[in-house]
Design a protein around this ligand. Structure first.
Ligand SMILES: [Zn+2]
Length: 413
């Protein structure tokens, strides 16, 4: 048994400066339930245990930033922490640090971005027994060999970096190796998003400069949340493959956040990768139709919040964390994980198995399928793909090897 495999079946947690096996925490009153049963009952196919598993979009650090908590500890709520990620057999994550719209009106986004990345580095260091920062594909493999998870930093919502490419360079120096071009759902100074106004008809000259700089620095360009034109133009402008870290297919659910076949084919033609989101909104047509009926939601994503101080914004945002979905889904609209597998299958048929992956958006608010409660249930996606009759080789690509390939092409190419 490889060391990494061993880690997947036996989790070690750092606690108060020393290391205890997870069994010593089994009666953890915080969790309020019998974790040992939980652990032993959760199915993990051998294939999942042995495969390299990477999530293309896992939200981290919002809670740690606002509550002063530690991602190395098991939370009783939310969907992501390091112990549960290990239980889910996750070997690496696009460690998505997030600066939401709340920070834009006061132009606090750059400050937030730097403090959240700084915190991510602190938290990764603090939990060094479990996770290390990866700057490239070789790092990921080296870290996994030690039996640890790898964190590959991805920024969501840097707004426009104050229009200053030097800030991009500074973030790169800090260890950021992937960035969404868009400011989350908001059109910024250089790229249009898919659910805000189109200001540039895609990307503008500054956008092209940012892309060229990211190519030069060896940073992964993430075009999730971008408009269709912005995706096509980014693919065209970039020397390297680009990724679409989390979303669904517009042909399945016509939500603006889902990628069109045209854009998906363009991403794949440039050797890029698309990560399928775990949420019903982007993947379950029935749920989408129900949501459409339930709300006449046409509000543009443009920032409508008033400018406030950093402390005030923190307080407001803190009310929302953890950012997991908190509603209830009527039985008839609550999808099974098989539906996610069908969406993956649509992608495999459209653009091929070398371009499909997973970008869960856990702790970012997806309406999870019945079988997935949190990141510890990651093996469910493998089980669902196995039911499709997929070969082990294909499943391994989708579970992580495609992300690893694209990271290698960009960071070591
Ligand atoms: Zn997102």
């Amino acid at each position: 048994m490889k060391r990494r495999d061993l880690i997947k079946s036996f989790t070690m947690l750092p606690l108060v400066g020393s290391i205890f096996p997870i069994e010593s925490l089994l009666s953890d009153p915080v969790a309020g339930k019998d974790i040992s049963l939980n652990l032993r009952q959760k199915p993990m196919p051998e294939l999942h245990r042995n495969a390299f598993v990477m999530d293309g979009h896992t939200h981290v650090m919002s809670r740690e930033l606002l509550m002063g908590t530690d991602i190395g500890q098991r939370y009783p709520d939310g969907t992501v922490d390091l112990p549960r990620a290990r239980e889910g057999g996750v070997d690496a994550m696009f460690f998505s640090v997030y600066t939401p719209e709340h920070y834009y009106p006061g132009r606090l986004e750059t400050k937030n971005t730097f403090r959240v990345i700084n915190l991510a580095l602190d938290q990764i260091n603090k939990n060094n027994e479990m996770i290390e920062l990866a700057l490239n594909a070789s790092d990921i493999e080296r870290i996994n060999k030690k039996g640890k998870m790898a964190a590959f930093l991805d920024l969501e919502g840097g707004y426009d970096l104050d229009g200053d490419i030097n800030l991009l360079r500074a973030l790169h120096r800090l260890g950021l190796r992937s960035m969404q071009l868009t400011a989350h759902n908001t059109t910024n100074a250089f790229v249009d998003t898919c659910n805000d106004i189109s200001r540039w008809g895609g990307i503008n000259d500054l956008g092209k400069k940012v892309i060229a700089e990211m190519n030069q620095l060896g940073m992964v360009i993430n075009i999730a949340h971008a408009s269709n034109d912005a995706i096509l133009q980014t693919v065209e402008a970039s020397e390297h493959p680009v990724i679409y870290s989390h979303g669904g297919f517009y042909s399945i659910v016509p939500h603006p956040r889902c990628i069109t076949d045209e854009a998906a084919k363009a991403v794949a033609a440039k050797d890029g990768v698309i990560g399928i989101h775990f949420g019903s909104l982007f993947n379950n047509p029935k749920y989408w139709a129900w949501q459409q009926k339930a709300s006449n939601e046409t509000t543009p994503a443009s920032v409508q919040l008033s400018a406030r101080t950093l402390e005030e914004v923190d307080k407001e945002f803190a009310k929302e964390v953890p950012l997991n979905f908190k509603g209830t889904i009527p039985d008839e609209y609550w999808m099974h994980v098989d539906q996610l597998a069908r969406v993956i299958d649509y992608g495999v048929n459209l653009i091929g198995e070398d371009h499909m992956a997973i970008g869960s958006d856990l702790d970012g608010g997806p309406e999870l399928p019945r079988e997935i409660k949190d990141i510890s249930d990651f093996p469910q996606i493998t089980i669902a793909m196995q039911k499709l009759g997929y070969s082990d080789e294909r499943i391994k690509k989708i579970l992580g090897l495609n992300w690893l390939r694209v990271i290698r092409q960009v960071t070591e190419g």
